[in-house]
Design a protein around this ligand. Structure first.
Ligand SMILES: [Zn+2]
Length: 60
């Protein structure tokens, strides 16, 4: 069992190594500070997607 998982930021392509997390969890890229969500995990590799963070209610 791997003790860490690896992935890369879809925005800045920084290589990320993180403690074991599960699908659906989020983490922040240390480089571009984007919030990334784990879409899937395969062979210790993370499939990361950017998350649209809602900073405020747009209200309309
Ligand atoms: Zn990044």
């Amino acid at each position: 069992m791997p003790t860490t998982l690896a992935g890369s930021c879809p925005e800045c392509e920084t290589d990320l190594t993180v403690p074991p997390i599960v699908q659906g969890e989020t983490l922040s890229c240390p480089e571009c500070l984007l919030t990334l969500r784990v879409e899937g995990i395969e062979d210790g590799q993370l499939d990361l997607q950017m998350v649209e963070v809602q900073l405020r209610d747009w209200g309309q």
